[in-house]
Structure formats: structure tokens, C-alpha cells
Design a protein around this ligand. Structure first.
Ligand code: G3H
Ligand code: 13P
Ligand code: ZN
Length: 339
């Protein structure tokens, strides 16, 4: 099997009433962790790379690692997705590299720091949709801005400030109609990174009601939850126990994501939990086995720890066992469907 268009994975998830995890990757061990988890529980999966990941991996390393992943796991439907594309050129680069899905994050300006106007967002997203669909490639857009900042991307809004940039459900309806996006990332109070909430989130800060409202207006559009890491106490504890420093923090409870899935969320973005899991495992090895210096001795447990997190999310999002529900289509097939 080759990489499949993300649209098919999301359409099938909508039919089955489940969500699909979209996990960020930067290197071989992370791709291996995701693929091992998906294989173990026979689930479709979305592997995504940010601009930072593409830079880190010099583009081609990641591309070839993905090709290795589909070669080694031929029965698992996998979409390769560009996370937070900042402009048409970045999306085109990803399409050239063979990505089957791109995100045009027009919620922020090209520098990824300041909110972009609604009109500009529509304009740039529509342009990406026109071109990507001509290649059969899926497009995710974003309306509203998330809080936090990650690797230079994000307006850096605090929990309080982010409240002003939640997705407006009426505007979401208009945005989807005017751009033709396949999936829409919505801002509901979450943020990227480890520092999402200062206390366990209630409905006043984590606005799952906004998701329900958007889904009621836009039942045919696949919704995407960014900033969905749980940042569990146990992941935090392991990092701290072995000398790491993290401020007190709370993430998005998995039960809330499950609520979102009941209201049209089909793609759930997770990066921070994988980072914490890998770092905790590596720190543990460094502290407990100070004489070891073969990188495989810390990369292997780090990879196992990430696999465990990914697997538990896949199970929680309900996509377990759905890998063989359908025959994967190609980008050529998707191209014909968009015509
Ligand atoms: O969108 C945020 C993801 O966690 C990717 O982060 O830009 O540091 O690779 P990154
Ligand atoms: P987390 O930082 O919560 O893992 O979110 C990742 C994300 O949304 C990537 O686009
Ligand atoms: Zn994101």
C-alpha cells in the first residue's frame, strides 16, 4: 500500500464514528513508534510533520522514512500530513515531497506569530485547496487561533487571551463553504505545548460546547482538535523524577477528546505527550544506567515509551481494528473525486 489521502481516512472515521490520532514526527524512532502502535491495534493513522520537523530532517530523510513505514506496514492506511503549513509555497513543497495531506494554517500570518485577517485566511486557504485538490491531496484549514507557542509557531496567547480567538461557529460555516477545505481545525481553548491550563480544565476554559455548535452547523466537515495532549501526571512525574524541570500544568483530558469525537472531531493532534514520554524514558536511562553510552540504549526505551502513549490514544479515540474496513484509494482516485 502507498500513503493514502487523509480525506479517505477521515471520511471512514466519520462513517465509523471514531477519531484518528495525528502524531508528530521528526525522526526514525518516532515514525517506528507510531507504526508499531498502529500495527499492534490495527488502526489507520496520520503521521504529521511540522515545518520545524522538515527542516530538522532535511526533508528527504523524513520522506524516505515514511516510504519505509508504508513498505513495512503494507496493511495499515497511513496519511502523511503537513502540520501548520504557513503559506502556499510550504504546502506545495510538501505536495512535491509526496505528502497526501497539507494543513494551510491561515489563522496566523506567514511568520506564524500574528493572527491573520479572516479575508486573507479565506484567500490563501482557497488557493491551497484549488491546487492541492488538483493533485488529490487533502487540505486542513484553521479558523480561530490556538494559545501557546511551539518552536516559534503560535501567537503566544495566554489561556486568558486565547479566549478572544475561539472559532466563531457562524464564520466556520462560511469559511468551509468559501474555501472547500476537507477538514477544519478549531480553536476551543487549547494550546500547543505542555502548558495548556493552570488547573484541571472546566467547560469555562475548554469549550467543548463550541465544537458541538460547529458540528451542528457543519455536519459534513471533519473537525480537528489541535493541542490535544493530556500532559498526564505520570508523564510529568517521570520527567521530574529523573532530573527534568516542568512547571505545574494540566492538559486536555482524554475523556474530553472523546466528547469531541461524538461531535464531529475526526483528527486529534498529539505531539507533546510523545515528547514527554520519550524524554522521560531517556532521562530514566541516563540516571539509572550512567555507564551506558550507546544511543540505542536510550533511543529504544524512548521509542517504546512513545509507542505506549500512541497506542493508548489510538484505543481511546476508537480507531482500533478499523485498518481493514476499506480499500485504500490513491491520490489519482482522490483527484477524480474532487473533479
Ligand atoms: O504544532 C505544533 C507541533 O507540536 C509541532 O511542533 O513546530 O516544534 O515541530 P514543532
Ligand atoms: P500538543 O502540543 O498538545 O501535543 O498538540 C500538538 C499539535 O496540535 C500539533 O499540531
Ligand atoms: Zn497544532
Amino acid at each position: 500500500m502507498s500513503l493514502v489521502p487523509m480525506r479517505q481516512i477521515l471520511d471512514e472515521a466519520a462513517k465509523g464514528g471514531y477519531g484518528v490520532g495525528a502524531f508528530n514526527v521528526n525522526n526514525m524512532e518516532q515514525i517506528q513508534a507510531i507504526m508499531a502502535a498502529a500495527e499492534e491495534v490495527q488502526s489507520p493513522v496520520i503521521v504529521q510533520a511540522s515545518r520545524g520537523a522538515l527542516k530538522y530532517s532535511q526533508l528527504n530523510y523524513l520522506r524516505h522514512l515514511m516510504l519505509a513505514a508504508v513498505e513495512l506496514h503494507p496493511k495499515i492506511p497511513v496519511a502523511m500530513h503537513l502540520d501548520h503549513g504557513n503559506c502556499l509555497a510550504t504546502c506545495l513543497l510538501a505536495i512535491e515531497l509526496g505528502f497526501t495531506s497539507v494543513m494551510m494554517d491561515g489563522s496566523l500570518d506567514e511568520g506564524g506569530k500574528k493572527p491573520r485577517s479572516y479575508e486573507d485566511n479565506v484567500c490563501v486557504t482557497r488557493k491551497v485547496v484549488e491546487i492541492a485538490h488538483a493533485y488529490g491531496v487533502t487540505v486542513e484549514g484553521e479558523l480561530g487561533c490556538l494559545g501557546g507557542i511551539e518552536d516559534g509557531h503560535g501567537a503566544g496567547f495566554s489561556e486568558e487571551e486565547a479566549k478572544k480567538f475561539l472559532t466563531n461557529p457562524d464564520q466556520a460555516e462560511e469559511f468551509a463553504a468559501n474555501t472547500g477545505v476537507d477538514a477544519l481545525a478549531v480553536a476551543i481553548g487549547t494550546s500547543h505545548g505542555a502548558y495548556k491550563f493552570r488547573r484541571p480544565p472546566t467547560g469555562a476554559v475548554l469549550r467543548m460546547d463550541v465544537i458541538a455548535e460547529i458540528h451542528a452547523k457543519l455536519p459534513g466537515c471533519h473537525l480537528v482538535m489541535h493541542g490535544s495532549s493530556e500532559v498526564s501526571e505520570s508523564l510529568q512525574d517521570t520527567v521530574r523524577m529523573y532530573g527534568g524541570y516542568l512547571k505545574p500544568t494540566f492538559g486536555v483530558p482524554v475523556a474530553e477528546v472523546q466528547q469531541g469525537i461524538k461531535h464531529g472531531v475526526r483528527k486529534v493532534n498529539i505531539d507533546t505527550d510523545s515528547r514527554l514520554a520519550m524524554t522521560g524514558a531517556a532521562r530514566k536511562l541516563f540516571v539509572c544506567e550512567p555507564a551506558k553510552f550507546d544511543p540505542r540504549e536510550w533511543l529504544a526505551p524512548a521509542r517504546d515509551a512513545m509507542q505506549a502513549v500512541v497506542q493508548s490514544r489510538i484505543i481511546a479515540f476508537g480507531s482500533t481494528g478499523h485498518a481493514f474496513d476499506y480499500s485504500p484509494i490513491t491520490l489519482e482516485d482522490a483527484k477524480a473525486l474532487y473533479k
